[in-house]
Write a protein that binds this ligand. Sequence first.
Ligand code: SF4
Ligand code: SF4
Length: 357
Amino acid sequence: MGEKAKVVRAGAKTRLRRELRFVRTRARELKMIGKALASTKHPILVHIIPMRRCNLACGYCNEYDDFSKPVPLEEMKKRLDILADMGTSIITISGGEPLMHPDLDEIIRHIRRRGMIAGMITNGFWLDVKWIERLNEAGLEHLQISIDNVTPDEVSMKSLKTLDSLKSSKLELLAKHAVFQVNINSVLGSGVKNPEDALTIAHRAVELGFTSTVGIIHDHNGQLKPLGPRELEIFEEIMTLGKRSFSRFNDFQHNVARAKEHTWRCRSGSRYLYICEDGLVHWCSQQRGYPGIPLAQYTPEMRHREYSTEKFCGPKCTVSCVQQVGILDNWRDPQTLKPKPMAPASPLVQIGSRGDN
Ligand code: SF4
Ligand code: SF4
């Protein structure tokens, strides 16, 4: 880690496989954009949770527990089939910690079999060569790890020191063996002790050949809070490092950094779906409970209604992945409907904290 960290390169065969997968994924992403512009009837991105349990317990997170069982593979396949039949373009597996699911590679294989782009978000702690090979073989296309700090503290263990240690670096294993694209997300904002950490993390990511993005932590109510002057400088620098990431084309993140409210049309519940481990559809990780309907009963009419529903949380939203999806529709179809009353409260309904997304 730091100045002593090694720069590792994959062997020629892995580099070739990586290039091929990259070119194919880019072609599929371009097709996804064309399809999204041509029709508003299908979901573009779905986050799905096969495992609520996590091996860590980050102080800010409300998206994990320490006991739940994996969603059975057959049930995951059924949910993925429904999403594929809706015409979904991208599935991102999230958690909890997806690597705790024993059939994670089979889930990814099923996503690819059904023609969807496969991504996942992990804390990376369980990665080893065997897991990376399983993910390669299954056809994974994107993997994201969020790293919170350089040295672990009482709030988060997701640090460069734990993931990129000299003895066993998970990041170096990825640089050497992964044929999928790896993005390292660092964070800035309230509660981050040392903003320079984000820069150290981003530079290490780029040094290893990964893309790099930066997330901004919102306060406990999911509200915007402006970054300080040095944090802003760091933010802009990392945004320019994120060469191959769509997020640098996104004004939204720049607004979040300056705590400016933004005007956009959140299409969650329609173009973006969050499917929890119980198979319920939610607007997003921060608005669980809306609409809280089982995926199998989620009709095209319901999706269409959500497409036209103005989200009360839109102007102060900090959920960047949904905003990136929104770019494809912001220019059309004003939202004129109001949200329906909430479904009966589920134990998952919690608003305003931050997980890995
Ligand atoms: S932020 Fe991620 S790694 Fe941390 S507890 Fe939540 S799900 Fe687990
Ligand atoms: S928090 Fe953001 S992404 Fe979630 S429903 Fe509200 S506006 Fe949409």
